[in-house]
Design a protein around this ligand. Structure first.
Ligand code: SF4
Length: 353
């Protein structure tokens, strides 16, 4: 294991793009397979802004961190025409122009794009970092280490300040500073430095606190879910704190749902967006998510019954774990979280027991 991989393991750095995989372990595999590096600055999650913020404010540190990670080719990835893409190109950085679709910035999609393929995820049976086999065939993706921009910035910081400095933030199990995007509902929305273990209310205080009464907060976009506002001072922003809600800090987005507002139009808008954003190449996305949308529409139009919510809940189980990527799993989790948070309990129908 290289000295850098050992250092990152000692610091406990995990990926800041949402998956939270240990970066030292990923780097060790990448070095064994002589992998290239893609620094993902797409901010692929709904309303995420933090990787663009890192590029705008800390590009030189990210470039330094990338150079520490590999001596092979380094590319950055940003949505074509975005401010981040313009910043990277103006700085003369080798940058992939990524299409504006949610799944285009998934790691296998970026790796395919870097090698002339479509920016679509693909089923693989080994990590891409090791050059994973594609779709059961003998074909392999080029070994590629994909890390998001905040993660690469953290690598540079750990080398500069040491693992002890890094571990002075967060909790023993989830160490280090991490960025959060406060999207709305606070005095000053924007990107802020936070850390695992803060109360949810303290996260909102980073942006000056709530501007009105809240009903719930929506964390981590389409791969996240909801927490009732009553729990803001009881729940910690961490994998451990949010785990019982089926969510985690993820890509660090935070939306506020106002007390007086009906949450369902927002949930439906997000689900309609999700149905339109898949790569449309696997059953759960082609058929499952549109069926989930139909089931949810039925529940909301006719009012929840044991039968209609049962059909929807079963469907959520059917779309999970069956796609080439985890996209439909995340969307099913998001809808399930909305049901648990906002749907009143339904009386069991004695005829359908
Ligand atoms: S599961 Fe959905 S988003 Fe993922 S690759 Fe298949 S069609 Fe695309």
């Amino acid at each position: 294991m290289s000295a850098l991989a050992r250092l990152l393991r000692a610091a406990g750095l995990t990926g800041r793009g949402g998956a939270d995989f240990p970066t030292g372990t990923k780097l060790e595999l990448a070095q064994r397979h002589n992998a290239e590096l893609i620094v993902n600055a797409c901010d692929g999650e709904l309303d995420a802004r933090k990787d663009g913020w890192v590029i705008a404010h800390h590009l030189s540190e990210v470039l330094e961190g990338a150079g520490l990670l590999t001596a092979r080719r380094i590319r950055f990835a940003a949505h074509r025409g975005s401010g981040t893409w313009e910043t990277l190109r103006a700085a003369g950085v080798d940058t992939l122009a990524v299409p504006h679709r949610y799944v285009s910035s998934e790691e296998s999609a970026l790796t395919r794009l870097a090698h002339g393929g479509p920016a679509r995820p693909v089923m693989r049976f080994e990590p891409i970092t090791a050059g994973g086999r594609v779709g059961g065939s003998a074909r392999r993706l080029a070994p590629t280490l994909v890390l998001n921009a905040e993660t690469v910035w953290r690598v540079q910081q750990i080398v500069e300040h040491g693992p002890r400095w890094f571990r002075s933030f967060g909790t023993a199990d989830e160490p280090g500073p991490r960025l959060v995007t406060l999207v709305d509902g606070v005095a000053v929305p924007g990107v802020y430095s936070a850390e695992a273990g803060l109360m949810l209310r303290e996260i909102l205080d980073c942006g000056g606190g709530l501007t009105g009464s809240a009903r719930a907060i929506w964390l981590s976009g389409l791969s996240g879910g909801f927490v009732a506002a009553d729990d803001l001072s009881r729940i910690r922003w961490s994998r451990a704190g949010l785990g019982p809600y089926g969510i985690g800090p993820g890509a660090g987005t935070v939306h506020i749902l106002a007390e007086a507002a009906d949450p369902w139009p927002r949930v439906l808008r997000a689900l309609i967006y999700a149905v339109g954003e898949s790569a449309g190449q696997c059953g759960p996305c082609m058929f499952g998510l549109p069926a989930v949308l139909g089931d949810l529409t039925t529940v909301l139009r006719a009012g929840p019954t044991a039968q209609s919510t049962g059909t929807l809940t079963r469907r959520l189980g059917l779309v999970t774990g069956r796609g080439a990527c985890r996209y439909p799993d995340g969307v099913a989790g998001f809808v399930g979280s909305a049901l648990r948070t906002f749907l009143p309990p339904v009386e069991e129908d004695p005829c359908h027991r």
